[in-house]
Design a protein around this ligand. Structure first.
Ligand code: ATP
Ligand code: MG
Length: 217
């Protein structure tokens, strides 16, 4: 299916993005291509549900995201969760977007494999597929669980054929083998703390923003 035939689909990629890095950017760009969507909407969370609130502001995380995607037409910053404020639950986000786009449009919620492995800790996680497809991408060192609730859920919803997935608006878990770069926001924050270089980990504009605002020191 060509891009024009499928450009109504919507793809979301959420995260704390504290800060955004080449791993996120590379994956989101590859996903736009792979899913043949016009753009991937990148959503920084307001208050993350499963971790400490970041010690920089949501506005700063959004500002860095905007700098990083500047000039890349396949990536769009979406402040939906930031505007909502409060704890960002993915179920609320996909529910809201499903209402906005109607019942027929395929909606892809894209996550990394680390997120998939802990998905059973997410608020109302079993309802997510009522609103969207989940596309999970592997990091180099992750494997699928072989038992437990997530393994069972994966078994029930796995659909490897992307063409089949696209024929439905929601309901499938699709695993995709886009290789993930070995970069994390944690490693960036640690490098800054220990006065190591981060130039190879995120865009020059983000590196400059971090320096200007003395973030993560
Ligand atoms: P932290 O180290 O603070 O947890 P992170 O680098 O894991 O940060 P997050 O904001 O937690 O980034 O993750 C947002 C989304 O990006 C998640 O779905 C996660 O699985 C995915 N992700 C994380 N690291 C990478 C990477 N290197 N490449 C692609 N996707 C990634
Ligand atoms: Mg993470």
């Amino acid at each position: 299916m060509g891009k024009s035939a499928n450009n109504m689909s919507v793809a979301l990629f959420g995260g704390t993005f504290n800060p955004i890095h080449f791993g996120h950017l590379n994956l989101a760009s590859e996903l736009a291509d792979y899913l043949q969507v016009e753009s991937v909407r990148m959503l920084p969370c307001a208050i993350p549900a499963h971790r400490e609130t970041p010690n920089i502001s949501a506005e700063q995380r959004l500002a860095m995201l905007e700098l990083a995607i500047d000039g890349n037409p396949s990536l769009v910053a979406d402040d939906l969760e930031l505007k909502r404020g409060d704890t960002s639950y993915s179920i609320d986000t996909v529910g809201y977007i499903r209402q906005a786009i109607g019942l027929q449009t395929p909606l892809f919620f894209c996550i990394g494999m680390d997120a998939l492995l802990s998905i059973h800790s997410w608020h109302r996680w079993t309802e997510l597929l009522d609103y969207c497809h989940i596309v999970a991408c592997s990091r180099p060192d992750y494997e699928l669980p072989s038992n437990g609730v997530v393994a069972k859920w994966i078994d029930q919803h796995l659909c490897n054929d992307l063409t089949q997935v696209k024929k439905q608006s929601h309901g499938c878990l699709h695993l995709c083998k886009i290789p993930l770069l070995d970069i994390s926001s944690t490693a960036i924050r640690d490098n800054i703390k220990y006065e190591k270089n981060i130039d190879h980990m995120t865009s020059e504009s983000v590196v400059n923003y971090i320096k200007q605002h003395s973030l993560y020191e």
